[in-house]
Design a protein around this ligand. Structure first.
Ligand code: HEC
Ligand code: HEC
Length: 167
């Protein structure tokens, strides 16, 4: 009893305030909230696909898109990103397993809405859902030299590396 009386209500409140944001983030991750896309958890994928840009979360594209991308790495958006066959196969397996229509489905939300089953888009930034989410972003913001490209997610989403895409 003595101990309890010694803990001031103020200390309890302060502790709750410190813990609350963490619980909130955890809750969103567990609920598969629209903001969280699990970051790449495979070291090889993170290294090979995270050198030129953010290692985009697998849950942002369907498996067929990743398969198509991995087959055209020698012509990857104007770059040659080709890999030896074994590495490419490992990466393809990881990305397809965690894709928006695979294990990543619980996080991908409506990412695939408006994408026909026969389409295999290579750009996240061309998905109807992505475009809709960024409708409010002004021309001036895109033109900011710190942004440079729509694909430069981390310029605006500072927690993108950790999988959080809030504004
Ligand atoms: C040699 C550099 C390089 C490497 C390595 C590389 N990429 Fe890219 N990637 C690019 C460039 C350049 C773009 C176009 C970026 C832009 O439009 O600003 C791009 C774009 C993308 C996009 C589309 C982004 C959008 O607009 O939605 C995806 C998805 C992507 N890369 C996935 C991968 C994956 C998966 C790997 C690993 C297998 C990989 N990249 C490795 C250079 C690279
Ligand atoms: C120029 C800044 C900018 C860039 C670059 C950018 N975004 Fe965004 N993004 C925003 C803003 C601002 C919003 C919030 C829009 C709103 O709330 O109306 C947003 C919203 C989002 C959302 C929806 C979050 C939610 O509320 O559920 C996702 C997902 C997202 N962005 C992913 C990405 C990805 C992936 C990339 C890179 C391929 C990217 N963004 C690049 C500014 C940016």
């Amino acid at each position: 009893m003595n101990i309890l009386r010694r803990i001031s209500p103020r200390a309890v409140l302060a502790t709750l305030l410190v813990l609350a944001p963490g619980l909130f983030v955890l809750d969103k991750a567990l609920a598969g909230g629209g903001h969280y896309y699990p970051p790449v958890a495979d070291a090889v994928v993170a290294e090979e696909c995270g050198g030129c840009h953010l290692a985009f979360p697998a849950a942002m594209l369907p498996a067929r898109s990743w398969a198509r991308m991995m087959q055209t790495l020698d012509r990857h958006f104007g770059d040659d990103a080709s890999l030896d066959a074994r590495t490419a196969e490992r990466i393809e397996t990881y990305l397809m397993l965690h894709a928006a229509d695979g294990q990543g489905a619980r996080y991908a939300g409506k990412m695939l809405r408006g994408v026909a089953p026969g389409q295999a888009p290579l750009r996240i930034t061309e998905l109807p859902k992505w475009r809709r989410e960024h409708r409010e972003v002004s021309r001036a913001e895109w033109a900011d030299p710190k942004v440079g490209s729509k694909a430069n997610c981390a310029a605006c989403h500072r927690d993108a590396e950790r999988g959080y895409f809030e504004d």
